[in-house]
Every structure is written in structure tokens, then in C-alpha cells.
Design a protein around this ligand. Structure first.
Ligand code: NDP
Length: 326
């Protein structure tokens, strides 16, 4: 059996279709911090051909060179894909790209949004795609950051209206995921992802608030973390983000603050619809939105902590001696 991954035997899209049929075609749009790596795993799938398109074309060129994908010049040509993955900033870009490609796709094919999108927008898009073109839609937001994308160990939260769509996309998604959870109908994945991210940043903010208070009474943040990380208050934020990104002053996790602010707004509307009495997530969301308004658009999401640092009139940076003990 031949192989269409980076060590491919199909030299062109045409010869690949001739050999494997259109089932073999997978498309990827959005080669950003996440998508670039995710598409590299898709390109290595045996018996498939990965078509890539990116707004900034040089990234697609580089991807084809580095990972054996096929750069497509014209966005409409992505319509050859049986499974088309999108990893774009918001549901708005999902809609724009889908509008351009969907009319060129064959019935029964599937559009998969790996974007951290808006559940209501995704439900609407799923309905339109099915009614107008007979296309499936699956929301498949991911968690695990650029590093998780690079090593192919992302957690994926799926929303789909039927089993057929899940079966179509699962083998492709598995190439970059180590965990796949089917959350419910279209939009459910995006709703879970929004709540997940609100929890992520809320834990970060709460950890930073606690450390700022402790620091002002003379406890080194790194020492406090050492104690907390052996205790019941620990989280991913106290174990990794606070020491690696904040105390170090690196602020370079690789997830932009405006994207986190967008996810928080989505979480806010999920909470407003489902549990309007809730108060903790909305409080965290407000801080994130304020931080995003004050920081540069390129700021890392961990820089949300700078807002608290300004309020406290002190920074959470590790002294060299304390870092050596960590
Ligand atoms: P980036 O900003 O790094 O990449 C965005 C991608 O979208 C780029 O390929 C960009 O193209 C493309 N794009 C932007 N606007 C348009 C448009 N109007 N039309 C076509 N393409 C467009 O974002 P990330 O990769 O970090 O994030 C992508 C999604 O994944 C977001 O929804 C984010 O919330 C989510 N996410 C991010 C994580 C992270 O840690 N970074 C983790 C989990 C989810 P171009 O190259 O031309 O700019």
C-alpha cells in the first residue's frame, strides 16, 4: 500500500486522487502558532494528502517544504478536501473561509473548526452547511498550547450532530490529539473550551493574587509555590505558568492575550445563558478584558498578571537565589 505522507509516493494532488480517491484529501487552513504544527501531523498520516492554505502564503510554502504538505494557491481549491480543518482566530474567520470553500466541497464532506469559536455561531454554521450543501460540521477546539501541538498531544473537545461526522474526522484528529472527548451536538465543544480557558486564566489570576499578598508580607513567591505545589491549592498555573512564565519574567507561553479575552467573552455568555447567578468566572473575565485593553495585541496571555502587579505596586519576579532553590 502506498503512502501519501511526507515520504510520499503521490507526487501531485491529481495522482493522489487517482490512487486513493477524494477520501484521502484533507485540507488545513490557518497555519498559525497552533495550526502550523497540527497540519504537520496531518501531513504525516499514511494514505492521505494534506492540502494547506494560509492567508500569508509564505507560511504555506514553508509548510509544504518542511512537512510534505501540498500548498494550494486558490482558497476555492481547498474544496477538494473530504475533511477540511480550520484553525483561525474566531468564528468570524471560520465563517469567511467556509463561505468561500463550502460551495466547492462534495456532499457528505466535513468542515472541522479547531478554532476556539463561539458555540452559537457554530450551531448556526452547522445548520447552514447541512441545509445548503449537505456538509457536516464538527467543532473540535484544542487544548495544550503550541508545544502540545508540536508533539501531537492535544486534548480535543468535539461537538457534532451525528456519528457519521465523528467517524469521518476522528482518524484525522487523532494525528495531533492524545485525548478526544465528544461533548455533545455542534457547538458543545466550543462551549466546553470557553469554560476551560476561563478556568485556566481564573486559576492564574487567583494564584497571582495570593502570591502578591504573600510577597508583601515577606514570603518569596517561589517559596510559597514550593509549599502550595505540595498541597491542595496547586493547579497547572501554580505548577507551570506562574514559575515558568511569570516569576521568570519570560511571559512567552505562546497564546495571545486578545485570544484569551475572546474565549473569556464566550465563556461569559455561556455562563449568562446557563447559570446567571454565577459570580467567580464573570469576575475573572472582567480582569482579563481590562488587561487585554491595556496590554499590546501581541501580549502573551500570562501577561494578564501585569494588571494585578500594577494594582499591587510590585512585581512577582524570582530572585536568583530563590530560583536556584526551586
Ligand atoms: P495565530 O494568531 O498564531 O494564528 C492565526 C491563524 O489564522 C494564522 O494562520 C492567520 O493567518 C490566520 N488568519 C487570521 N485572520 C484570518 C483571516 N481573516 N482569513 C484567513 N486566515 C486568517 O493563532 P493561534 O494559532 O494561537 O490560535 C488559533 C486558534 O486556536 C484561536 O482560536 C485560539 O484561541 C486557539 N488556541 C490557541 C492556543 C495557543 O496556545 N496558541 C491553544 C489552544 C487554542 P496569517 O498567517 O496570515 O496571519
Amino acid at each position: 500500500s502506498s503512502h501519501c505522507g511526507s515520504s510520499n509516493s503521490c507526487s501531485s494532488v491529481v495522482s493522489c486522487i487517482a490512487e486513493h480517491g477524494t477520501e484521502a484529501m484533507v485540507g488545513f487552513v490557518g497555519l498559525g502558532a497552533m495550526g502550523y504544527h497540527m497540519a504537520s501531523h496531518v501531513a504525516r498520516l499514511s494514505g492521505r494528502r494534506c492540502l494547506v492554505w494560509n492567508r500569508t502564503t509564505s507560511k504555506a510554502e514553508q509548510h509544504a517544504r518542511e512537512h510534505g504538505s501540498v500548498q494550494v494557491q486558490d482558497l476555492h481549491a481547498m474544496g477538494q478536501a473530504r475533511v477540511l480543518l480550520l484553525c483561525l482566530p474566531t468564528s468570524e474567520e471560520d465563517r469567511e473561509v467556509t463561505e468561500a470553500v463550502a460551495p466547492h466541497m462534495s456532499r457528505g464532506s466535513c468542515i472541522v473548526s479547531c478554532t476556539s469559536g463561539d458555540p452559537n455561531a457554530s450551531r448556526r454554521l452547522a445548520g447552514t452547511l447541512w441545509e445548503r450543501f449537505g456538509l457536516h460540521f464538527v467543532d473540535c477546539p484544542v487544548s495544550g498550547g503550541p508545544r502540545g501541538a508540536e508533539v501531537g498531544s492535544l486534548a480535543c473537545m468535539l461537538g457534532a450532530d451525528n456519528r457519521e461526522a465523528i467517524e469521518l474526522v476522528e482518524p484525522v484528529v487523532r494525528s495531533f490529539a492524545s485525548k478526544i472527548v465528544v461533548c455533545g451536538p455542534a457547538g458543545a465543544g466550543h462551549a466546553v473550551k470557553a469554560v476551560n480557558n476561563a478556568l485556566n486564566v481564573a486559576h492564574l489570576l487567583m494564584g497571582a493574587e495570593g502570591l502578591l499578598a504573600l510577597q508583601s508580607m515577606g514570603v518569596e513567591p517561589a517559596v510559597a509555590l514550593q509549599a502550595i505545589n505540595g498541597s491542595s491549592g496547586r493547579s497547572l498555573q501554580t505548577e507551570q505558568r506562574l514559575p515558568q512564565e511569570v516569576l521568570s519574567g519570560r511571559f512567552g507561553y505562546g497564546f495571545k492575550l486578545p485570544l484569551m479575552a475572546k474565549d473569556c467573552s464566550t465563556a461569559e455568555s455561556v455562563i449568562r445563558d446557563g447559570f446567571p447567578q454565577a459570580s467567580l468566572i464573570p469576575a475573572a473575565v472582567k480582569l482579563v478584558q481590562q488587561a487585554a485593553a491595556e496590554e499590546s495585541p501581541e501580549a502573551d496571555y500570562t501577561e494578564v498578571v501585569r494588571l494585578l502587579e500594577r494594582r499591587a505596586g510590585q512585581e512577582l519576579r524570582t530572585s536568583k537565589e530563590a530560583a536556584a532553590k526551586m
